[in-house]
Design a protein around this ligand. Structure first.
Ligand code: SF4
Length: 492
C-alpha cells in the first residue's frame, strides 16, 4: 500500500519487445575520476537494462561497490560517488534479468573476496552451460549467494588452482559456453573477455591516460574516449599499469554477432563491427521499401528504435516521413496499474498518435519487429482511432520464429506470433490493411556484414551454439522447446 487510497502494483507497462539483459562498462585510468566516468558510461548504456545499476572501484587495496535497483539516475543521482568510490579502475553494470530474478542480491557488479584478493564481476549474456557448471560447483562445496551466471565465473576463478588473477581468469573462462562479455576488476587489473562467437558486443576505447571497455561505442562518446577496436571473439584483454595485453582463450569458432543489436537493441549512435547502427537501420528500411512497394500518403515509425528504418522507407518510397507518434519518456519501468475500465489507456500513456498528422491519411507504420503481436495490435488501433484511413505495417526484420538462448528475452516459441501464424493471418490479427516483413536475405544485405559472421537464430532457428548440445539443456528446459539448426549450412 503506497498510502491513502493508492495501490501500487508495480507492473510493467505493456510492452512487446525483446529485452536486452545488460550493459557493461570498465575503465582503467590512474588519476582519473573513474567512478564518475563509469556512471556517465552507464547512462549511455541505460537502454540495455533498467532494473538495476552498479559501480565497483579498486584503489589497489580494496574494491568498493555501490549498486541499487532502478535507473542509473535513481541509484547514482545524488552525486556522492567521488567520496564513496575513489580509485584508479572501475567496472559498471546496468541490468535487465533474463537469468536470475530481479532482486538487489543479483544486481551487479558482484564483488568477492577469495584467496588471492578481491574480485568484481560485471557480465552481459547467458551461459548455456551455467546451470550445469553451478551444479558441478555446488557438488564440490561451493555456496552461491545469487542466482546469476556471473557468480559461476567467480567460483571457477577461485577454484582454478592459480594464485595469479590473470591466469585464474584465463583458466576459468575456458569452461564457459554461451554468449558473454565480462569486465572484471582485480586489485590492480581490469580484464575484459568476449565469448568465442562474439555474440554480445564489446569494444575497447582510449581515454586520456587510460582505457575503457563498453558494450557499445556510444558510451565512449559520453566519456570522451576514442574507439580503438572491438574486443575479438575468444579474446581476453588485460589492462594494468604496464599497459594492454591480449591473449586468446578460444580460436577458430565461427563468429555470430547478434543481428538483433542492429535491428533493435543498440543505440543508433553506436557502431558494431565498424557499422553504424542508424545507417544499418536506415538500410533495413530502404530494403524493406524495395521489397514492399506500398501505396500510401505518409510514413511514420514507432519511437525510438524504428525511426531510422522509417526514414529509410520514406526515402525509398519518396513519401513524407512524419512524426506520427509522441513517446512519453518519463513513465519509467513501473507504474500504477489503471483500473479495468481505463486499462486500454496504458499503451497510450506511453505512446500517443498525433491526430493532425494521421487523420484521413493512408499511413505506413514502420516497426522493427513483432514478438507477440500485442503492441502492434494496439498501435494499429490507435492510428485508426486517430483517423487514419488505412494502416499498412512494415517490419524491418523477418518474422521472429525462435527463442533466443543467448541472453535476449524474446518469449517462448509458443508465444511468438511469427511461429504460430503466417503473414496474412498476422495482418488480420493486428488489424492492419497490409503487413510486410523484410526478407532474411534483405536483412543480411542491409546490415552489410558477412552472413556467416552473424547470429540470426531467432529468425531462422540456426543456432550458432548447438541447441541440443548438453550445455544448452537448461535453456531448452526453461523454454520447453526444441532447438537446433534447420540446415542453413552456416552453423553447427
Ligand atoms: Fe540475437 Fe536472435 Fe541470436 Fe538471440 S537468437 S543472439 S536475439 S540473433
Amino acid at each position: 500500500m503506497a498510502g491513502g487510497n493508492t495501490v501500487s502494483y508495480g507492473l510493467d507497462i505493456p510492452d512487446d519487445k525483446p529485452r536486452e539483459e545488460c550493459g557493461v562498462f570498465g575503465i582503467f585510468m590512474p588519476g582519473g575520476a573513474v567512478a564518475q566516468l563509469t556512471c556517465y558510461g552507464l547512462y549511455a548504456l541505460q537502454h540495455r537494462g533498467q532494473e538495476s545499476a552498479g559501480i565497483a572501484v579498486s584503489d589497489g587495496k580494496k574494491i568498493r561497490v555501490e549498486k541499487g535497483m532502478g535507473l542509473v539516475s535513481e541509484v547514482f543521482g545524488r552525486g556522492e560517488l567521488k567520496q564513496k568510490l575513489d580509485g584508479f579502475a572501475a567496472v559498471g553494470h546496468v541490468r535487465y534479468s533474463t537469468m536470475g530474478s530481479s532482486h538487489l542480491v543479483n544486481a551487479q557488479p558482484l564483488v568477492f573476496r577469495y584467496h588471492s584478493g578481491y574480485l568484481a564481476v560485471a557480465h552481459n549474456g547467458n551461459l548455456v552451460n551455467g546451470h550445469e557448471l553451478r551444479h558441478q560447483l555446488e557438488a564440490g562445496g561451493s555456496i552461491f549467494q545469487t542466482t546469476t551466471d556471473s557468480e559461476v565465473i567467480a567460483h571457477l576463478i577461485a577454484r582454478s588452482g592459480e594464485t595469479d588473477p590473470e591466469k585464474a581468469v584465463y583458466k576459468a573462462v575456458k569452461n564457459l559456453r554461451g554468449a558473454f562479455t565480462f569486465v572484471l576488476l582485480t586489485g590492480d587489473r581490469l580484464i575484459a573477455m568476449r565469448d568465442p562467437h562474439g555474440i554480445r558486443p564489446l569494444s575497447l576505447g582510449k581515454v586520456k591516460d587510460g582505457y575503457v571497455f563498453a558494450s557499445e561505442t556510444c558510451a565512449f562518446d559520453t566519456v570522451g574516449a576514442e574507439f580503438e577496436r572491438d574486443v575479438e571473439p575468444g579474446e581476453m584483454v588485460v589492462i594494468d599499469r604496464g599497459g594492454v595485453r591480449s591473449s586468446r582463450f578460444s580460436e577458430g569458432e565461427s563468429q555470430a554477432l547478434c543481428i538483433f543489436e542492429f535491428i533493435y537493441f543498440a543505440r543508433p549512435d553506436s557502431n558494431l563491427h565498424g557499422r553504424n547502427v542508424h545507417q544499418a537501420r536506415k538500410n533495413l528500411g530502404r530494403r524493406l521499401a524495395a521489397e514492399h512497394r506500398v501505396v500510401a500518403d505518409i510514413v511514420t515509425g514507432v519511437p525510438d528504435s524504428s525511426l531510422s528504418a522509417a526514414s529509410g522507407v520514406a526515402e525509398a518510397l519518396g513519401l513524407p516521413y512524419e512524426m506520427g507518434f509522441v513517446k512519453n519518456r518519463y513513465i519509467g519501468r513501473t507504474f500504477i496499474q489503471p483500473a479495468q475500465e481505463i486499462r486500454a489507456l496504458g499503451v497510450q500513456l506511453k505512446l500517443n498518435p498525433i491526430r493532425q498528422i494521421v487523420s484521413g491519411k493512408r499511413v505506413i507504420m514502420v516497426d522493427d519487429s513483432i514478438v507477440r503481436g500485442t503492441t502492434s495490435t494496439r498501435i494499429v488501433e490507435m492510428l485508426r482511432n486517430a483517423g487514419a484511413r488505412e494502416v499498412h505495417v512494415l517490419i524491418s526484420s523477418p518474422p521472429v520464429t525462435h527463442s533466443c538462448f543467448y541472453g535476449i528475452d524474446t518469449s517462448t516459441t509458443s508465444e511468438l506470433i511469427g511461429a504460430r501464424l503466417n503473414v496474412a493471418e498476422i495482418a488480420r490479427c493486428i488489424g492492419a490493411d497490409s503487413l510486410g516483413y523484410l526478407s532474411h536475405q534483405g536483412m543480411l544485405e542491409a546490415v552489410g556484414l558477412p552472413a556467416e559472421s552473424m547470429c540470426t537464430a531467432c529468425f531462422s532457428g540456426c543456432y550458432p551454439i548447438q541447441a541440443d548440445h548438453q550445455p544448452g539443456k537448461y535453456a531448452l528446459e526453461k523454454s520447453g522447446e526444441e532447438g537446433g539448426c534447420d540446415g542453413c549450412g552456416l552453423h553447427v
